[in-house]
Design a protein around this ligand. Sequence first.
Ligand code: SF4
Length: 188
Amino acid sequence: MYAVRLWSVRHAKGLNRFYQAFEKVVVALHPLWNRIGYDKLEAPFQVLEKTTKGFLFDCQMCGQCALSSTGMSCPMNCPKTLRNGPCGGVRPNGNCEVKPDMKCVWVQGWAGAERMDGNLTKIKDVQIQVNNAIKGKSAWLRVVRITRRVGEFAPKPPKAPPAKKPASPAGADLVAKPATPGGEGKAA
Ligand code: SF4
């Protein structure tokens, strides 16, 4: 809901504090999630996340949340889905060039980031391009899996060293090989 989205940016500092505490709890519950199974948890987490973040931020469930770096303004609400700052078309009143009645999510994000962190440190983080393969998945569970190195984020086993070739007897390479049919000496 648009009005709530603007409210969330105005309260970015408090929401960010809540989020940081929430993240610690969700990560600490990893043993429980592991026992239940991350695959089984995906669907209920998606519903919970879509409901709460959809209400507060108009979350589009990109699966790789950037809110803590974007002043609690969801970058996926930008009509161009820009994740690293505004395009060149922001109107003089701070509204979007594509949707003239909507505040630019990046103008909002900057204001939210100033409330969260006076040094504007996090908003300068470069966001990697969005991975559409995980769109719709729970970003919360992804954070736990990344932090606790579960599933695709588990450390890879070290590669086995390549097997050594058995040493050939001395001089074996010097033994003349028989001529192959069609090889040297054949008429053109
Ligand atoms: S960045 Fe992604 S996960 Fe976070 S609120 Fe926006 S769409 Fe949702």
